[in-house]
Structure formats: C-alpha cells, structure tokens
Design a binder for this molecule. Sequence first.
Ligand SMILES: Nc1ncnc2c1ncn2[C@@H]1O[C@H](COP(=O)(O)OP(=O)(O)OP(=O)(O)O)[C@@H](O)[C@H]1O
Ligand SMILES: [Mg+2]
Length: 261
Amino acid sequence: MVTEPTAENASAKMRTRDVNVFYGDKQAIDSVSIDIQTEYVTAFIGPSGCGKSTFLRTLNRMNDTIPAARVEGSIELDGEDIYRSRMDVVQLRARVGMVFQKPNPFPKSIYDNIAYGPKIHGLAESKADLDAIVEKSLRRAGLWDEVKDRLADSGTALSGGQQQRLCIARAIAVQPEVILMDEPCSALDPIATAKIEELIDELRGRYAIVIVTHSMQQAARVSQRTAFFHLGKMVEYGHTSDIFTNPREERTKDYITGRYG
Ligand SMILES: Nc1ncnc2c1ncn2[C@@H]1O[C@H](COP(=O)(O)OP(=O)(O)OP(=O)(O)O)[C@@H](O)[C@H]1O
Ligand SMILES: [Mg+2]
C-alpha cells in the first residue's frame, strides 16, 4: 500500500493527511495523504467514480456546498488547517482557485468576469489598477490578444476554449496560490486543449496546479507528479514518468495499460 507521502515534502504548499470523505454513510475517499507542491503540476488520474473530484474539492472546501458530504482528516495550506472554524472560506477559495470541466463564465462582460474577484477582495484601489489586473490576467491566460478589442462583450459569447481560458484568467486575477482543475479540457477540441496545456505549462512554478484528467497523454504532457486513485484510495504517487513507465502497483499498471477504466 503506497499512500505514504514522499520525502520531498519540505516545501509542500498543501498537505493532506488521512483524509476521508463520506456522502451520508458511503465512503468516497479513504485515508488519502498527499503533498502538493508549487514547483510541479500534479495530475490525479483513475477510473470514473474513484473519487478524484471529491478529493480535489476537499482542497478548497467545495464539498461544504454538498450537504451530504463530510470530510475527516487534516488538510493544510502553508501549514494552516483549512477546516478550522475561523477559516474564511471565501478567502480560501481565492487562494485555492478552481476551474471546472464545463467553462462557467459569469453572464457578464469579459472585463467584469475578471474584475469581479479583485473588486470584492479589495485588490484594486483605482480603475487604472483594475484595468491593469484585467490585462495582466488575460495576458497570463493567453487570451488578451483575442479579446482586447471586445472587453465589453459577454464572456458567454466566447468559444468554449476561450471561455475556459477566461475562467483560468478569472482564477488568476485574485492572486491564487493553488489552482485546481477538474478535467478542464474535456469539453474542448484538440486545438483548444493544446492551448490550455501550453498555458498550464507556462503557469507551472508560479502556482501549485492540480489537474484531474481522464487522458493519460494529457497527464504525461502537463504533469511532473501523478497520483493514481482507485476505489477512493490513492494507490500510488510519484514522478509522472515513473507512474507511466514503471508503476509499482499492479492496479496502476492495469489502469495505464487500459485493462480497466
Ligand atoms: N454529491 C454527491 N452525493 C453523493 N455521492 C457522490 C456525490 N458526488 C460523488 N459521489 C460519489 O462519490 C464517489 C466518487 O465520485 P467522484 O465524482 O469524486 O469520482 P471521480 O473520480 O471524479 O469520477 P469521474 O472520473 O467520473 O469524474 C462515487 O461513488 C460517486 O457516486
Ligand atoms: Mg470527476
């Protein structure tokens, strides 16, 4: 059983220990311990229903929004327990941003999609500040050149791939430390997917990034560390190249060779 965290955890941005998640009586996550680092993109892989999204949601308390969900164990951001009662959850979700499977821009202008978060978090003192944040976020998300002349248009009028980059720009705009992505490319065509993958690579090192993906090729392309989940457990964690070429666990091998999924 290889659920032990690795030794390279001195600089862990997020650290979970023995995390269990239940939906009512049903246990969806069983004793998961992992360190998430800023230096690497971490991929979560595993068959449908194994708990990838459930575990990802524990990292910014998105499971709080599901009444039946109960989380046990320890989850720390910079050494602080994110489930402590004083935690400001709105602030937490700015520090640990999330990008979903289906792009979900607000029904607002492109500009306001980005400006909304910095405004409510008080990150801009003037209109000029806000303009600068909007431009920088869109540039960093690789979308600026495509939208700079139409910032007043609705975010929902963009293509799917552009909408997803808008959502990434929106997450970036509030200066997150961690970005969680749950199958961010599954609704996108190969060209839009390639753009998001390039973007993830550019963002690597600046933010701790976790990506859930069903595409082994994608995990191999964008991540440096991979965690394989099966039936609610994290079966194996390691260097992405090792997981894909030389997995220690039989269940990992079965999955990556397509024996089940
Ligand atoms: N809101 C919920 N209420 C009750 N059970 C849930 C809920 N969300 C997920 N589950 C259950 O928890 C388990 C893990 O689901 P989860 O969505 O985390 O898996 P996943 O690995 O993300 O799957 P997929 O690859 O299909 O997205 C499944 O058995 C699922 O039915
Ligand atoms: Mg999922």
